[in-house]
Write a protein that binds this ligand. Sequence first.
Ligand SMILES: [Zn+2]
Length: 316
Amino acid sequence: MALTLFKKAHLLASMALILGVNSNVVASEKVDVVASFSILGDLISEVGGDHIKLTTLVKANGDAHVYNPTPQDAQAVKHAQLLVVNGLSFEGWMPRLLESAQFKGKKVTASNGINVLRIGEHEEEHEENTDEKEEVGHHHEGPDPHAWNSIANVKIYVNNIQSGLSQVDPDNSQEYKQNADIYIVKLNTLENKLRKKMEMVPLTQRKVITPHDAFGYLAHDFDLEFMAPQGISTESEASASDVAAIIKQIRRDNINAVFIENIADNRMVEQIVRETNTKVGGKLYSDALSGSNEPASTYLKMIEHNVTTIANALTP
Ligand SMILES: [Zn+2]
């Protein structure tokens, strides 16, 4: 009996040893990378190709402003060699997750080096337009985290990801550089195409409403004006006075379309549409990619869908 137990224990120990060795082999073949949310996940796949094993924490159509990490997330972070986050206070839940998972890898902040917009900055440029605007979209102060909605910024994101991957896996650095360069050419081509598309929209027709203020960088790049009852984060609900201020503004100004979003609470937008007869321009993908059965399953598809949807809704 004692011998049997000993043999069993010995066998289990041997199995653990074999499994341990196997998982080390796997780890040395592919770099363990964790992305905080779906848009970064797509950019990392483009640069990392076959050399990485990617885990994305906040999945397609998920809201990264408000997220509760799972035990599986903590496991993924614990073993990650590279973690890529957006930064600019987007992932407020991340510091606690890194601490509890005892993260020991390399962390890359994808937005490092971009031209940061401050919350409300874009609106202040149009200060002469209205006095009521101050009531709208100023729930928080600080940097606007939604920097991926500028293609110019995403080129910087891609270079930061490439540099991070090259540091943790120098053997494949040339390939990461090559992948990043190829992807940046695609971004440039798309940027030119979308710029031409938006040129068709008269400058007086460029005021739109979205549930939350996710498009400040897109507005900056494409000379658009967005208003959002919910403000910069989905964390705070739009108050009745926010919605009332927007309704008042729609009635006074020439607001051309209202959009719904994949991650936000669209109820107040529906209320605005009911009370003002404004046109619903379609669905925008703001802080997350769509699933594969929807039109925004990659970053390139997402930004093209968003800009095209806006331009089509605003073209007279
Ligand atoms: Zn957002």
